[in-house]
Design a protein around this ligand. Sequence first.
Ligand code: UTP
Length: 299
Amino acid sequence: MKAVIPAAGLGTRFLPASKNLPKELMPVFNKPVLQYVVEEALAPEGVDEVIVVNSHAKPQIEAYFEKDEALVAHLHAKGKNGLAALVEEASDLPVSFCYQDEALGLGHAVLQAKQQVGIDAFFVLLGDYFVPNKQMCKDMAAVSKAHGGASVIAVAPCPPADVSRYGIIGGEVVGSLTGEYKDDNNPGCVLKVNELVEKPSSDAAPSNLFIVGRYLLDPFIMELLETQETGAGGEIQLTDAMVRLLETHEMYALVVDPTSGCDAGTPETLAASSVRMVLEHPELVDGFFEALGTDSLTK
Ligand code: UTP
């Protein structure tokens, strides 16, 4: 089973930094966001390869996952074996690439991986959002298994005023991850999706549950994407093809805790996500408070 990570966007919200550094390679401490996403993609049982959809304008992404034997040898010679292991960890990941040279939308990006994905269901993970405990995709796989291999999307509640920024679902609660039925749209709730709308007005939104950037999709979506017309923003939208998938295939939504993921799509959210990682994973950031000159973030 494959996981697809679209990472070919222009990253305009990160300009000027993203002029030469793809936003997916911006670091959270010493590791690029994209590496967190790749490691998360490999967490569910059965995922054996990650396909990064890249653009030829961002060769740094492919270079990051390539072996660098000279650097590794140099680090070993200097006795920096821990750093050598970290460098090798990235190049040992089972990552392959395909290309989208014009940012025509998320649906178009996913379509570029059609051949590599083949005939199995596959995950899509946005390249600028990561889930540190790697649990979300594992839970989605469990929901899919419980529903005959159906497509599953992760959703989370947002303030009603924010629905017009996201893809929003409508549906009815059919169960939960734990098996306990609770009709409350709380994390763990599973809904059968009957409606999907990209960026609705708050009056037209079927709920306040937005798609958070993790999908487990039936491969038939690729055929739909091949004939998908441009939608919102003049882009080929994945959500639009999923609306058509709903006509013939069951789809489920798993409500997730919105705080379980870290957005890294804008300078503000990347900074906030880095702070969260400091607070939640102090083991990653030995020396942080020393560098800050204080022993807490509240001073
Ligand atoms: P975003 O819309 O957040 O990324 O897409 P963007 O378009 O690069 O960012 P801005 O709006 O210009 O700042 C989420 C993910 O989908 C990828 C992006 O690279 C990002 O990781 N993407 C988006 C593609 O691969 N192709 C596209 O056509 C659009």
